[in-house]
Design a protein around this ligand. Sequence first.
Ligand SMILES: C[S@@+](CC[C@H](N)C(=O)[O-])C[C@H]1O[C@@H](n2cnc3c(N)ncnc32)[C@H](O)[C@@H]1O
Length: 247
Amino acid sequence: MSDTPLIQPAVVGEGVYEEGREASTQNHGHIKSYVRRAGRMSSAQENYYAEMMPKIGVVYAAQQIDLAAVYGRNAPKILEIGTGMGETTAKIADANRGNDYLGVEVHVPGVGALCKQIAERELSNLRICQHDAVEVVRDMLPEASLDGVHVFFPDPWHKARHNKRRLIQSPFVALLASRLKPGGYFHCATDWEAYAHQMLEVLSAESSLANSADGFAPRPDYRPLTKFENRGIRLGHGVWDVIFRKK
Ligand SMILES: C[S@@+](CC[C@H](N)C(=O)[O-])C[C@H]1O[C@@H](n2cnc3c(N)ncnc32)[C@H](O)[C@@H]1O
């Protein structure tokens, strides 16, 4: 650990977020699970981003962080990868103030929207790292430091030639599993059936994880239904939850 504060004002440079702009475009040699999406921040998102990121932004650096120091307490630590517009993330953090959450997202308007939620709900247990989650997990999170991992509705990359971009693949799952404490949980959800089966297969093949259910799991109460999911359910579409535990 260096003495550099972990929560600090936005700075511009390699591997850190640039205020109001895209995260670093540096290619660190792995296939990205996302593409840079066009999309401007609304003025509200801009304002909340500027107000909140200096307070709750965890700046990416290729050095391990002490999660207890980031939140100033010892409490269960849950990582969420791909928070999107942040509705689910904020609801979960609000309903579980005894846990600390780290949301990782590259889409800047989504980060702005989540900043708004954090400000409005006065959440002190939710931090955001605006960077590629693969690098955040690899470089910043110590082994056995997490009590849970959420990967909700990751980009499905429908086309066969794009499947390689999916987040839930063996090497990344092994990396994530190494960051979980014994007994910690790994929770994925998707509305894309083929990806659901891939999740089940890949997590089953990871020897340090054990399925908490017999196949797919029922949706636990802590994962709220999204508007999008409710609409899908009305149309008869499926949603699959996959929940494993670290041995
Ligand atoms: C389909 S959206 C789902 C968002 C949210 N979880 C939900 O349920 O509405 C997937 C999100 O993951 C983000 N994402 C994809 N790959 C990522 C990565 N490697 N690091 C951080 N965020 C990523 C995308 O920017 C996108 O916002």
